[in-house]
Design a protein around this ligand. Structure first.
Ligand code: GLN
Length: 302
């Protein structure tokens, strides 16, 4: 079979199983499987593949046909132009979350395009900043912020030991393990506060917490609800449980001129602004690529 034939078969297989953009997905998977870029594949459409290659590739296509996410099949995902290891213990980083990373970097004095349009506050200049990522998952936020901001030391917490191990490997891969400390914590529990209330406060706190209302999880796409970790998705009855906890924690953990930046669900920004306001945090919104308020940046009101 030639590359052209196998791509056509794989594309129609995925199409029958309602995978969006089936030809592109087939091309990307073959390119990953053969370790050749897409341009190479399109330039060698007549190349014959041997039996082994065909059955190996088709088993990946079958997994994708069962709606297993592309990221879990390849074990990796791009975020902020960095490649992160992902596995079923962690949420696959989303493009929208880059807006949060960019907002944090903007607040730290790095110019970023998406954040420059909003009225985001910039932290006073400092030799070393301290940051906290709550619910770090793959570590994509803590690690990309540390990577692009050499003068920050990050703490990153998660409830899942498996997620933390993944995040540690990602920090090693991106050479920031000396500036990102990982801790296992349940941000809904009090022990979190007691560990941190003494001493140092944070200049910046970021979080992309689980924010899907529990009852909505069964309505999500199969690739999400059947494969991504439930505890990375479910945000309690109204989806806002973590924002309440984060607001309370920020009251104690955030420096007086510090910044809190979170991602939220498509209809949650105003409710979260109100939750934050109760803890004397003043919010501005940033929109995602579909024009939805997706990121909230808040400062303490003094
Ligand atoms: N912070 C990680 C991310 O943004 C994990 C988020 C989560 O599991 N809810 O991808």
């Amino acid at each position: 079979m030639t590359i052209q034939q196998i791509l056509r078969d794989a594309g129609s297989y995925l199409k029958e199983r309602n995978i969006e953009d089936p030809s592109r997905e087939a091309g990307l998977l073959l390119s990953w499987y053969l370790k050749k870029d897409l341009g190479y594949l399109y330039g060698h459409m007549d190349m014959e593949l041997d039996e082994n290659a065909i059955s190996g590739f088709m088993s990946l296509i079958e997994r994708r046909g069962r709606h297993e996410p592309y990221g879990y099949i390849t074990g990796q995902c791009e975020f902020m132009s960095l490649t992160f290891e992902v596995n079923p213990a962690v949420l696959i980083p989303r493009a929208d979350t880059e807006i949060l990373a960019e907002a944090a970097l903007f607040a730290l004095g790095k110019f970023t395009l998406s954040a420059s349009e909003a009225q985001i506050p910039v932290l006073p200049k400092k030799e070393t900043y301290r940051g906290l990522d709550m619910g770090t998952g793959s570590g994509c936020l803590a690690i990309s912020i540390a990577k692009y901001m050499p003068s920050i030391i990050m703490d990153a917490v998660d409830i899942s030991e498996e997620a933390l191990n993944t995040a540690r490997r990602n920090a090693i891969r991106h050479k920031v393990i000396n500036r990102v400390n990982f801790f296992r914590y349940d941000i809904l529990s009090d022990s979190f506060i007691s560990r941190y209330t003494e001493g140092n406060k944070y200049d910046i706190i970021v979080s992309n917490p689980p924010y899907i209302p529990d009852g909505d999880i069964p309505t999500l796409m199969p690739s999400v609800k059947d494969y991504e970790p439930y505890n990375a998705l479910a945000g309690g009855e109204d989806g806002l449980i973590f924002y309440r906890a984060i607001a309370k924690l920020s009251e104690k953990l955030l420096a007086d001129d510090g910044i809190l930046a979170v991602e939220c669900g498509f209809d949650q920004a105003e409710n979260i602004r109100d939750i934050f306001a109760r803890e004397k945090l003043k919010s501005v919104f940033l929109k995602d690529f579909s024009g939805i308020n997706r990121v909230i940046v808040a400062i303490k009101q003094v």
